[in-house]
Unconditional design. Sequence first.
Length: 365
Amino acid sequence: MDNLTYINYKILDILNGRSDLGIFFNGYRFDPKLDIIKSYVDSNQTRRLTIKLNILSNFFSQRDKRSNKHVRHINHSYEPLEHSLDLQCWIALQNDNIYHPRAIDTLIHSEKNSEQLDLLNKMGFKDVHWFANGYLCAKHWFSNYKDIRIVTERTPIVNKFICPVRLIDNQRKYRIQFLNMLNLEQGIYSLLERDPQTQKTPEEIYPRNKVSPSSFDSHENSSAWIDVVEFVHSRWVPTIWKSSFLHIVLETVVDRQHLTEKIFKPVVLRQPFVLVGGIGSLEYLRSYGFKTFSSFWDESYDEIENLDERMQAIADIVNNIGAMSLNDLESMRTGMQEILDHNYNRFYNGFSKDCWQELSEQLSN
């Protein structure tokens, strides 16, 4: 049983027969190639849409037959909600409930401060929030990186910063703009010649781009693991991921609070980080018991509403670090070791339990 299936059945146990659980075909989100939407004409000669989800039901529990409610929870825990992009999906789900006057559809999701969620609430969807990607990473994806020296042992700083970039089109085109704000000679970055999904070049996506393509790894879609060593000249050595000082986290979306596995890679590697995400994302992370680095640089960027200004404030931090010597950065890392250790220990000791309790309490109510 894979991790997502395990989580789905754990959610179903919490629901305990009070609701079915709708699952998209790929396990993450609506995909028009996989989640088939069909058109039909109802008894009033109105054309409507319907969608077929994978539906999990708890056959160990009996639904209350006295209730006329058509209750369904839909697991959208890991990817950002998209009202306009997936509008046909949401309309089809609504149409599925046309003949159930007391129908309730509840979206299980992982974002806050979200206009997309507000729009779905206006369509009639209820919602339950939990830090799903935090749970997925701590409980499953990154659990095997705990307490092994190849991960935990401190290695000399070789690169002043690391800025990994893979997807760059659509909502992620801000990543190209951000790279153009950096003095890239002082660190290491990746930028592919074409977006892996749309095959567009950086210049087609962001015409003002001046950054040349660059690569430091295989660019596989390796969300579930972290490369910590590589085989070079007949011996194993720390990777660029491990030997870099500052980890620049470029989140999936920057218009809301939605954190993914990207923020936890520096936590596992005991690296300081800056976070290019939605406004308030650092505060969101701190609300789960993690510490950030306001005693070492200005983190008021987390409160800047304008995205361009927020990115420039973060770029200024990165460029200032790039101007420092490696010896100075080693000293800074020593000074922030308590924060790095705290975040590592928080991640591996109790964080996943707290995330699960957050979900359990809301579903139980």
